[in-house]
Design a protein around this ligand. Structure first.
Ligand code: HEM
Length: 223
């Protein structure tokens, strides 16, 4: 197990599997967010339900805490393996030549690195904003609908979310395709085209689904 984690392919597999697990969370989160278009009562009821899922088999909020723990494990493993792979990539580059063979990282690699950093910063801000409520203009526990609406009534908060969603779109589009390759799903040119198309479509659906909320508030559709 340790040998697999130390190998390059092992780290890539960890990135692929944790990335796909986070993708499932994002699909569920995006669909849940769309309930905001059905009004305050339905949205807040849904947020309350999230804290009681699994009862009475599980104690109150246990499901939420188990999901949070799994997400933290995925985020940490994803970031650590990405960092270690990028260190390896750097040290494998030829040094000492006037013209290096690969003087700069490729467009996709840069997009993933900068996009990943933007997303990590966004997640910290997002948790302070809508979970811990310390960065929210309304910040009332249980008033999830009002907290979200209060956010997007400020153009600079809406802009921060929109930029993060664009970074998310690029990250999913390239990340899903990369994961499919790592996990051996891309065995022919036709399959490559199919997986690229699936990756792009998924990225677009998830980002547009998330963007609907700030745009809904800014346009007055959600108030
Ligand atoms: C416009 C886009 C988004 C909106 C409006 C939004 C909204 C929310 C809201 C309202 C909550 C609090 C839910 C509650 O307390 O019941 C929440 C929690 C959370 N969101 Fe988002 N979200 C968005 C995008 C994202 C993205 C892109 C990610 C990940 C990259 C993300 C990750 C999380 C996480 C990890 C939590 C904490 C869940 C928990 O532990 O309670 N969100 N979001």
């Amino acid at each position: 197990m340790l040998a697999l984690w130390r190998s390059t392919i092992g780290k890539k597999a960890v990135m692929a599997v944790t990335g796909l697990a986070m993708l499932l969370f994002l699909i569920a989160h995006m669909l849940g967010n769309l309930k905001i278009f059905f009004g305050r009562e339905e949205f807040d009821e849904y947020a309350h339900w999230l804290r009681t899922v699994g009862t009475p088999v599980l104690h109150n909020a246990w499901f939420l805490w188990i999901s949070r723990a799994l997400l933290v494990v995925c985020v940490v493993l994803h970031i650590v393996s990405a960092y270690q792979l990028s260190r390896r990539d750097l040290s494998a580059r030829p040094k000492g030549y006037a013209h290096r063979l690969r003087p700069t990282a490729s467009y996709a690699t840069n997009t993933m690195r900068f996009g990943g950093i933007i997303l990590a910063l966004f997640i910290i801000y997002h948790l302070l904003d809508l979970t811990a409520l310390v960065a929210n203009p309304n910040g009332v526990e249980g008033a999830v609908y009002d907290n979200v609406v209060a956010d997007f009534q400020h153009w600079y908060i809406a802009l921060a979310y929109i930029v993060a969603m664009l970074a998310l779109c690029l990250h999913i589009a390239h990340g899903f395709w990369s994961a499919a390759r790592t996990l051996g799903a891309v065995s022919s040119a036709t399959r490559a085209r199919v997986y690229k198309a699936v990756a792009g479509t998924l990225a677009l659906i998830i980002s547009v689904g998330f963007l609907a909320t700030p745009i809904g508030v800014m346009s007055g559709l959600v108030d």
